[in-house]
Design a protein around this ligand. Structure first.
Ligand code: ADP
Length: 267
């Protein structure tokens, strides 16, 4: 079992990702696809007159502030346009894909964080009304029902809070939770960079190998959203997933290339 997470950044070649996944799946490889949709959500939110608001926590993590209206736009893009676009690509290639959000059947379930600490002009403020959460439980029963019947699950945030409220969850950390719960042998985190770069954005500074016991010390190389990927990798390997690979989703055969070790391998 492998978990493939494809991000939502500009430049990702979704056709190449789906071609590769279809070949692997039809060749007998069990897998789950998890995806993002950040760039498209930002564009559509701006068009709808509700541009994204990002907050930086006192410990330096950047995240989207998700009020109710943002959550609804987020659902339109992630669960609608992005999810159905991937399902359609897979269906056209002969794969019986089923698109679900983490809210459906509580596939991603966890704690709702209603307020967030945000550093603005050097001052820490508390913002309330955030629809953000973590993934503490994965509905493996539903995922196994699909897989055992030869359906390929295509998953996306949001998830469900323990109270049943839709919450925005980080896609990388959600895929790490799926990889752990499904006892996957590999988790691939594909984005629009070759992997973790020592001197971002210099693509020749690729870090090719990170020892599993030392993932946290590589956090210093990651800026903003890349930090979540490094954290997700740490969580997955600590949870028992054999390998996590940060791979490039702009390439031809991006899944096979990452599986062959191209990118940053955490093991
Ligand atoms: P996605 O939505 O595709 O998963 P993210 O935007 O969450 O991707 O994270 C990938 C981004 O992280 C890259 O496009 C890059 O701008 C940024 N980044 C920050 N630091 C690094 C780094 N050290 N190496 C690679 N990418 C980095």
């Amino acid at each position: 079992m492998i978990i493939v997470k494809v991000g939502g950044s500009d430049g990702i070649n979704y056709d190449a990702v789906c071609n590769d996944i279809a070949d692997l799946w039809l060749g007998g490889q069990k897998l789950i696809l998890v995806h993002g949709g950040s760039s498209e959500t930002n564009r559509i939110a701006a068009l709808l007159g509700h541009p994204p608001k990002f907050v930086t926590s006192p410990s330096g993590y950047t995240s989207r502030f998700t009020d109710r209206q943002t959550l609804e736009i987020f659902e339109m893009v992630y669960c609608g346009k992005m999810n159905k676009g991937l399902v359609e690509r897979l269906q056209k290639r002969g794969v019986n894909a089923v698109g679900l959000s983490g809210l459906d059947g509580r596939i991603f379930e966890g704690k709702h964080k209603d307020s967030v600490r945000s550093v603005e002009d050097g001052k820490t403020k508390i913002l309330r009304g955030d629809h953000t959460g973590t993934v503490e439980k994965v509905n493996t029963h539903l995922l196994n029902l699909l897989l055992e019947n030869n359906y390929l699950p295509v998953l996306t945030p949001p998830g469900s809070s323990f109270e049943g409220v839709a919450v925005n969850v980080d896609g990388d950390r959600a895929s790490a939770a799926v990889a752990t719960a499904m006892k996957a042998e590999a988790l691939l985190l594909l984005s629009n960079v070759p992997g973790l770069l020592r001197n971002f954005p210099d693509e020749s500074s690729l870090i090719t190998q990170i020892p599993a016991l030392d993932v946290e010390s590589y956090l210093e190389f990651a800026q903003d959203r890349m930090k979540k990927k490094v954290l997700g990798a740490a969580e997955a390997v600590q949870g028992g997933c054999g390998r996590v690979i940060f791979g490039d989703a702009r390439l031809d055969k991006p899944v096979s290339q990452a599986l062959a070790g191209k990118g940053t391998v955490v093991s």
